[in-house]
Design a protein around this ligand. Structure first.
Ligand code: B12
Ligand code: SF4
Length: 527
């Protein structure tokens, strides 16, 4: 049987990284079947195109995975595929929480023939077998013989055959530049960011987060050996195609067990398996100096930190009181000293937020070492304690917000602001952190760093801008390039001719966030 695994596009950004579930299920598919992968973020397709593809390729089963924000698109695609007579199985966090919605048992239309609840590592082979015999069941749950929920162990994690997988759709560099770039340095013909998991689960139970409910509070790890071998395989692949490979450790909290993380990082160093990597780590775990040393020595370049708010009352409200805003600066300094920087994530629209929260947050961020700040709105995802709290207190304004997904739009009313005010705050954050002036400052503030590093930061900022300001299509990119032409010209000149006179190393100030009176007018929030 030919199986298609499909991930719907998010409609805002192109894919910077493929989704792990597709490769994992491909690796777990029993022999005798062929698995094709399409990530809609890299290969956008509408309903008619996907239906045609399924017919042309003689596909016998389609698997679709989606987060809540992509679920409406996922359902439309599923409907189009089912109309061709090919069965669809859906999985992932959204349908796990709302299986009845996907199966049409809530009074709405049916979108899936079957739903895989929770982690599907052990149920997927059974699903494939049942589909091959035309006997798909409605629901597949990860349970043991006694019907008790069973979380898969990661001790026998499958080998994902990275050396053989077609990754063309995930090259972040345009193909036409391959011949030109492949001979530069160690080779830059391709650049890919690949997701790797070293463990699952997070016991912290933040109120807005799906993870504790979905993966459980039992933490499970792969063996160090299996992770190290995967990194070696990725390095080998990058070398063989004269390109670069970076890794995103997608664990929810990569250092949740600090002892084990240190041991993994030591093994990576010992095996010379270092690649540049990024991981999510909560701020409280980054107090450990030795951990930070090992992060840097093992190739760690960026750490994603869910700071959420600079207001302890907000953090307490969402059960994230272990975050201590008073220590954020210290944590970031500790990383920056080792040339590791942070993607700092903030949520606006929390219950104690009032207007001006974006500027108050930026005022703090400006005092920190450079990083990539990102801003979102408190979103009640189905199945989370936050959803239940807002629903039971009658505060949801769009109970099924995912049915007409709007990026960066609230689905409930915050306590101390209006919805519109919360939207303006998030808009203010992005506009002031990613304006051309802000990007110029970001580059200037790193004047003491090598040119390659500054180009890197500039490109990262351009890409991150696209999380909020849609940058799909060439025209949008051309516009951004034109707006930032001065900084681009400066960097290119320096890369080609070298730096003319090196300024005395400036005291590091936080780049990239322009104070209000210098800032460009904030663009309008997308409707
Ligand atoms: C990596 C990641 C990202 C990446 C996504 C890109 C990528 N290429 O992976 C980035 C950093 C960009 C990202 C962004 C966001 N993310 Co995110 N992300 C994750 C993270 C940490 C890991 C995902 C992963 O690969 N997990 C490992 C794999 C193996 O697990 P899995 O995907 O769940 O797959 C298993 C099962 O679900 C199932 N399964 C999944 N799909 C399918 C399909 C079929 C057919 C079957 C049978 C089974 C199946 O089988 C798999 C194996 O067991 C998860 C948390 C987590 N631990 O999963 C959050 C998570 C998925 N993200 C989440 C959210 C909310 C977001 C954002 C909306 C955050 C924001 N406010 O901006 C954005 C939206 C991004 C966008 N523009 O679309 C939520 C989603 C909750 C929900 N109900 O939708 C999660 C669960 C985290 C959370 N805090 O709750 N994210
Ligand atoms: S620390 Fe992160 S992964 Fe863990 S529950 Fe909180 S938000 Fe979710």
């Amino acid at each position: 049987m030919r199986i298609l695994l499909y991930n719907p596009d998010n409609g805002v950004t192109r894919n910077f990284m493929p989704h792990l579930w597709m490769f994992l299920l491909q690796a777990l598919t029993p022999p005798g079947h062929e698995v094709l992968l399409i990530d809609g973020n890299a290969q956008p397709m509408d309903e008619a195109q996907i239906a045609q593809y399924v017919r042309d390729q003689n596909i016998g089963l389609v698997g679709i995975g989606a987060m809540t924000r992509m679920i409406a698109k996922a359902y439309r695609i599923a409907d189009a595929i089912r109309a061709t007579g090919v069965p669809v199985v859906m999985g992932g966090p959204h349908v796990t929480e709302l299986a009845d919605e996907a199966l049409g048992r809530d009074g709405g239309p049916r979108h899936a023939d079957a739903v895989a609840l929770g982690e599907a590592d052990e149920t997927w082979p059974l699903i494939v077998q049942d589909a091959a015999h035309g006997k798909l069941k409605d629901i597949y749950a990860p349970v043991d013989a006694a019907g008790k929920e069973q979380k898969p162990s990661l001790k026998n994690y499958p080998v994902i055959p990275w050396q053989a997988i077609d990754l063309q759709q995930f090259n972040l560099l345009p193909k036409i530049f391959h011949p030109l770039l492949k001979d530069i340095g160690e080779g830059w013909g391709t650049f890919r960011i690949v997701p790797v998991e070293s463990g699952r689960g997070c016991p912290y139970g933040c109120e807005f987060c799906t993870v504790t409910g979905f993966f459980g509070d039992s933490i499970r790890f792969r063996t160090n050996e299996s992770v190290v071998n995967e990194l070696l395989l990725l390095k080998q692949r990058a070398r063989s195609e004269k390109g670069q490979m970076a890794v995103f450790f997608i664990d929810d909290n990569f250092a949740i067990n600090v002892k084990r993380t240190k041991s993994l990082l030591r093994d990576i160093i010992a095996a010379k398996a270092q690649v540049h990597w990024v991981a999510q780590i909560s701020a409280n775990l980054l107090r450990d100096e030795e951990l930070c040393d090992l992060i840097s020595a093992s190739g760690g370049k960026w750490v994603f930190i869910g700071m959420e708010s600079i207001d302890p009352a907000n953090l307490k409200d969402v059960n994230k009181g272990f975050n201590k805003p008073g220590e954020y600066a210290q944590v970031l300094e500790r990383l920056a000293k080792r040339n590791v920087y942070a993607i700092t994530s903030f949520i606006f629209g929390m219950d104690n937020d009032t207007t001006g929260v974006a500027e108050r947050t930026l005022a703090q961020v400006r005092t920190w070492p450079p990083g990539l700040p990102i801003f979102g709105l408190l979103t009640p995802l189905p199945g989370t304690p936050l959803y239940t709290r807002l629903d039971t207190t009658g505060r949801l304004t769009r109970r099924k917000h995912w049915q007409e997904f709007i990026p960066f739009a609230m689905a409930h009313t915050p306590l101390k602001m209006t919805i519109e005010e919360a939207h303006s705050e998030v808009n203010y954050g992005w506009a002031h952190a990613y304006s051309p002036e802000a990007l110029t400052q970001a580059v200037a503030a790193l004047d003491d760093q090598p040119i390659g590093y500054r180009i890197n930061i500039f490109l990262a900022r351009l890409c991150f801008r696209g999380i909020y300001f849609p940058m799909l299509g060439r025209l949008a990119w051309l516009k951004v390039i034109a707006e930032n032409r001065r900084t681009i010209f400066k960097l290119v000149k320096e890369a080609v001719f070298g730096r003319q006179s090196r300024p005395a190393t400036p005291a590091r100030k936080t780049p990239g966030i322009v104070v209000p009176d210098e800032a460009v007018a904030a663009p309008k929030l997308p409707a």
